[in-house]
Design a protein around this ligand. Structure first.
Ligand code: G3P
Ligand code: MG
Length: 258
């Protein structure tokens, strides 16, 4: 286990896409499933609808998790909110709506659920999406930011450097993390360019040496999406500080300890 100082000030086990795979992803029902199991920290995805209103959504198109066809940006948020985001998962969830980001984030805050907000821009909407999510997050957590209670403030992450740059311009006070499936040789330059505090990476491509490199450079190190407890323990032994999981039934919120 690494003895480097930790740059990660947040919960260490997060439910992926709101509530893992026990309920439909990126829905309030999923979030509530996690709450029932003691989860108070989540990762979820945010995208803009046609009218620029952000919704909680992973895919840029309908059809997999939301009944319908076409792209997310073909619909206004109010229209998306009327579509079924739960029936694909099980009949019991039929009619579960596509959450509006503002309402979803407000619910999380009210229930003390810490948020890793993944900015998931639809193609060519990077700048608008990054800026919108950052502006809303900053407004929602204005009091915590003013009080210096940064552990409560969400962490914005994205695969899109443009989105992260936009988020930094709009609300530099909301921390950012670079999402990179596989760390490129210039990972640190990229992180510096958006003043990121953490690196979020696919555990499948991580090595002990890379984990050490990230930690030694002073960044938080988070992995997605870790569903096997033995693998989680291995990653922790490499110095990984936090991760998200789909299997909130196999890996509890206290898996690492607080
Ligand atoms: O934020 C980590 C992870 O969610 C990134 O991949 O496709 O599940 O959003 P994806
Ligand atoms: Mg995600």
């Amino acid at each position: 286990m690494t003895t480097l100082p930790s740059a990660w000030r947040y919960p260490r086990v997060l439910a992926h896409r709101g509530g893992g795979v026990l309920a439909p992803e990126n829905t309030l029902a999923g979030l509530k499933e996690g709450l029932r199991r003691g989860y108070r920290a989540i990762e979820y995805d945010i995208m803009l609808a046609r009218d620029g209103v952000p919704v909680v959504m992973h895919d840029p198109y309908l059809g997999r998790t939301v009944a319908g066809s076409g792209n997310v940006y073909d619909y206004d948020a109010a229209e998306l909110a009327l579509l079924d985001a739960g029936g694909w998962f099980a009949r019991a969830y039929e009619g579960e709506p596509v959450p509006l980001f503002v309402e979803f984030a407000g619910f999380c805050k009210a229930h003390a659920v810490w948020m890793n907000m993944e900015i998931k821009p639809a193609p060519e909407y990077d700048i608008e999406t990054g800026g919108t999510v950052a502006r809303i997050a900053a407004a929602l957590f204005a009091d915590e930011i003013a009080a210096g209670d940064m552990a409560a403030v969400p962490l914005l992450s994205s695969f899109s450097m443009l989105a992260l740059e936009s988020a930094r311009e709009v609300a530099p006070q909301v921390p950012r993390a670079c999402l990179m499936s596989e760390l490129p040789p210039d990972w640190e330059r990229r992180a510096q360019s958006v003043e990121a505090v953490a690196i979020h990476t696919n555990h499948k491509h991580l090595t002990p040496a890379l984990a050490q490199e990230v930690r030694a450079a002073g960044y938080g190190l988070f992995c997605y999406t870790v569903n096997d407890p033995a693998r989680a323990r291995e990653l922790l032994s490499w110095g990984v500080e936090a991760f998200c999981t789909d299997r909130i039934d196999l890996i509890g919120p206290d898996f690492i300890g607080r």
